[in-house]
Design a protein around this ligand. Structure first.
Ligand SMILES: Nc1ncnc2c1ncn2[C@@H]1O[C@H](COP(=O)(O)OP(=O)(O)OP(=O)(O)O)[C@@H](O)[C@H]1O
Ligand SMILES: [Mg+2]
Length: 604
């Protein structure tokens, strides 16, 4: 475990620009600490001089008390406000980095982390962790200062007695270290258990229909409860660890107090100390208990907060980010730090966000050279040394049994997955050399599973680009969806609900097609794009798709024959390799796998 200070130092970049706030907090803490011994000192003056004739004016002490407490309250407000200000600015910065990281992270992240775990990190842990840290850091600074101020005061008052009090500290520190380590481990385990609990909830919300249909409620409840109980046990363990600290420190404090009183009484009898001094000493010593207790309690929330925030920091600082090349398809490679303006680009393309030149339009030549892919080292390969050349404007149909690797093949093109071997090119340039934004500009994809945003119809069609309403309508018309959309209460501006759940399966698919039409990319990828359509709308959409395919390179995965028959070439995949290829009629005549698949379809 790296030292606590080193771990805290990782937070520095997030508070660096809030130095003024931190300074305010520090000043406020110093003021609070300085006023602390004054309470005891006032008691000493009052007892030693206030009750004697001709001692003090009657208004002096009350006025001092009011002034003292006003200053303290103001300081306490400033400290809390200042700290919250600093912490919340840090949270905002961290959140921005986290979300930006999710947007550009390497695709592995999405197979490694569940949505609920990521939500937890970005939404709850960042906030909760930072608030916890802010609170404990304030305690740490303020109460340490109070402790120092009181100890200095005690030393000046009676140094022999103070040394006895000081003996307490090593003992307390030892107990804190011991329990701190245990708490740290329990906190991390607790976090994992929380993620797992959230994961069960996530799955059951996504799959509520299946759970009910199969009557799996009891089993799911048991799964949930097993995790909930693990969490409960972990929380109890950390409560025990946390709660042990307080009594142990208190017993140590009581022992010290008793010794002090015994010695002070002896000193008092011999006239070495006054009543005022003794009372001031005991008061200041009792005042020590509160900050000492706060400090001993600070470890648990400090560690919990730190672990929570570190989860986000680890993601931002160590999570791999996807890397693109410099080729933008516009002929010239974009130099690093090219100064293309961030305004609207001429030609209406999407604006390159990171200052790269506006992406050019690819011709659409695709090449696969001995490409192989394994999802996991021990799994069977999904693609085996696959070679494929697709000319610009060609339409290639991919067919093959389920699990043959069709979706895998097309997912390689926008670099959603990386090949384990071989080389893939677009326009003769390796995919890895393409600038990512430019590369992805070249593909319109209608995939097997349609994903829609909880936004309006128009926003879902335009997604990421600035399209005119006319262009959106045009795309919807091409996808045979415009009539339906115009009937909707708010037309193009109708919200479509969470992942488009207010639409039918076929409507969702047509919306995805409209999105692809609107994108107007040189390469079109259709992964069973018409599987959810009835025959009639399929025909209509098919026409639209055929118009769309003109002048574009198209890879189409389809079970239905109408699409395949029109393709320039059919590629039959089986277990990750190309087993047959050629025009439809030729493959039929061959009497191989394609002929068998074809015969089965006609029977069905
Ligand atoms: N994310 C993944 N992780 C691990 N293995 C995967 C992953 N995606 C696919 N596979 C495996 O890779 C193989 C090819 O899958 P792919 O999705 O490309 O098949 P497909 O030809 O599109 O099938 P279908 O017609 O059913 O859509 C399958 O054996 C599948 O189990
Ligand atoms: Mg597939």
């Amino acid at each position: 475990m790296p030292s606590l200070l080193k771990r805290l130092a990782r937070l520095a970049p997030y508070v660096r620009h809030s130095r003024l706030g931190l300074l305010g907090v520090l000043l406020a803490a110093v003021v609070t600490a300085a006023t602390e011994p004054m309470v005891s000192e006032m008691l000493r003056i009052l007892l030693d001089r206030g009750f004697k004739a001709g001692g003090l004016d009657p208004w002096v002490v009350p006025a001092a008390i009011i002034t003292l407490f006003t200053v303290r309250s103001a300081a306490s407000f400033v400290a809390q406000y200042g700290l919250a200000w600093v912490a919340q600015r840090a949270v905002l910065q961290l959140r921005e980095q986290l979300f930006a990281h999710v947007l550009k992270s390497a695709p592995e992240l999405f197979s490694q982390q569940s949505a609920s775990a990521m939500t937890n990190t970005l939404v709850y842990e960042a906030q909760g962790g930072a608030s916890m840290l802010a609170g404990t850091l304030l305690t740490l600074v303020r109460d340490s200062l109070i402790l120092v101020a009181l100890l200095v005061y005690l030393l000046t008052l009676n140094w022999q007695l103070t040394l006895i009090v000081a003996l307490l500290f090593p003992a307390v520190a030892f107990v804190m270290r011991l329990l701190g380590r245990r708490l740290h481990r329990l906190t991390q385990e607790g976090q994992q258990a929380t993620d797992q609990l959230a994961y069960v909830v996530e799955e059951n919300i996504l799959a509520w229909r299946i759970v009910r249909l199969f009557g799996a409620q009891r089993q799911q409840l048991a799964r949930f409860m097993a995790r909930a109980d693990t969490l409960r046990r972990l929380v109890m363990k950390s409560v025990v660890a946390g709660a042990t600290m307080t009594p142990v420190t208190q017993i140590l404090a009581a022992c010290a107090l008793s010794v002090v009183i015994m010695i002070a009484m002896a000193q008092g009898r011999s006239g070495a100390t006054t009543v005022g001094e003794f009372v001031a000493f005991v008061t200041a010593m009792l005042q020590l208990v509160a900050p000492a207790k706060h400090l001993s309690d600070v470890m648990a929330p400090l560690l919990r907060g730190l672990v929570a925030v570190e989860r986000g920091l680890d993601l931002v600082q160590q999570g791999p980010v996807e890397q693109g090349g410099a080729y933008t398809g516009s002929g010239a490679a974009a130099g690093k730090g090219a100064t293309a303006g961030n305004g609207a680009t001429a030609g209406g393309g999407a604006t390159a966000g990171n200052g790269a030149a506006a992406p050019g339009r690819a011709r659409g030549e695709i090449g696969f050279e001995a490409v192989s892919l394994r999802y996991k080292p021990d799994a069977a390969p999904a693609l085996v040394s696959l070679n494929l050349q697709v000319a610009a404007g060609e339409t290639v149909a991919l067919v093959g049994p389920s699990g043959a690797g069709k979706t895998t093949l097309v997912n390689l093109l926008p670099r959603f997955i990386e090949p384990s071997g071989g080389r893939i090119t677009l326009d003769g340039v390796a995919l890895a050399d393409w600038e990512l934004l430019a590369l992805r500009r070249q593909f319109a994809l209608v995939s097997q599973d349609v994903v829609l945003f909880n936004d309006t119809v128009a926003a879902n069609v335009a997604l990421g680009a600035d399209l005119s309403r006319e262009a959106v309508r045009e795309a919807l018309r091409a996808a045979n969806l415009l009539d339906f959309v115009e009937q909707l209460p708010k037309g193009l501006d109708t919200p479509i609900g969470h992942n488009g759940n207010q639409l039918s399966g076929g409507q969702r698919q047509r919306l995805a097609i409209a999105r692809a039409v609107a994108k107007d990319a040189p390469v079109l990828i259709l992964d069973e794009a018409t599987s959810a359509l009835d025959s009639e709308s399929e025909r209509a959409v098919q026409d639209a798709l055929e118009r769309l395919m003109q002048g574009r390179t198209t890879l189409v995965i389809a079970h239905r024959l109408s699409t395949i028959e029109h393709a320039d070439r059919v590629l039959v995949l089986d277990a990750g390799s190309v087993v047959e290829q050629g025009p439809h009629a030729q493959l039929l005549a061959l009497g191989g796998l394609y002929a068998r698949l074809h015969a089965m379809q006609f029977k069905a």
